[in-house]
Design a protein around this ligand. Structure first.
Ligand SMILES: [Zn+2]
Length: 116
């Protein structure tokens, strides 16, 4: 089973994060069962809204999301970082344009499918 651990932020933000991550795993990496994704809802001081870092191997990831974001931007940012998870997990290059292109599409799907 994939493991999603979320820390920091408020409970509703952690719940939102969990729903969006589980949805995007299903959409982007439907066959993977051994992912371990650690998310920290934290205070990001610079202009970035989130980060995605690969852990010891390409099944382990560390994501940081700015907890000051509003609901819409938080969903967009999580979707964006999950595209990078997909890229690393599939040994693709971390292409920013793909993440930016898929981010609004995935976020809209989250709303349309009532997962948030
Ligand atoms: Zn990016």
């Amino acid at each position: 089973m994939n493991i999603v651990e979320i820390s920091g932020g408020y409970k509703y933000q952690r719940n939102l994060c969990d729903s969006v991550i589980n949805y995007t795993i299903k959409k982007l990496l439907p066959r993977l069962r051994t992912l371990e994704i650690n998310v920290e809802l934290t205070n990001i001081p610079d202009d970035a809204t989130g980060y995605c870092m690969i852990g010891d191997n390409n099944r382990e990831f560390y994501i940081e999301i700015d907890k000051k974001l509003n609901l819409k931007d938080m969903v967009l940012t999580i979707c964006h970082e999950m595209v990078h998870v997909k890229q690393y997990a599939r040994n693709e290059k971390a292409i920013e344009s793909e993440a930016c292109r898929l981010e609004p599409k995935l976020a809209l799907e989250c709303w349309e499918n009532n997962i948030i």
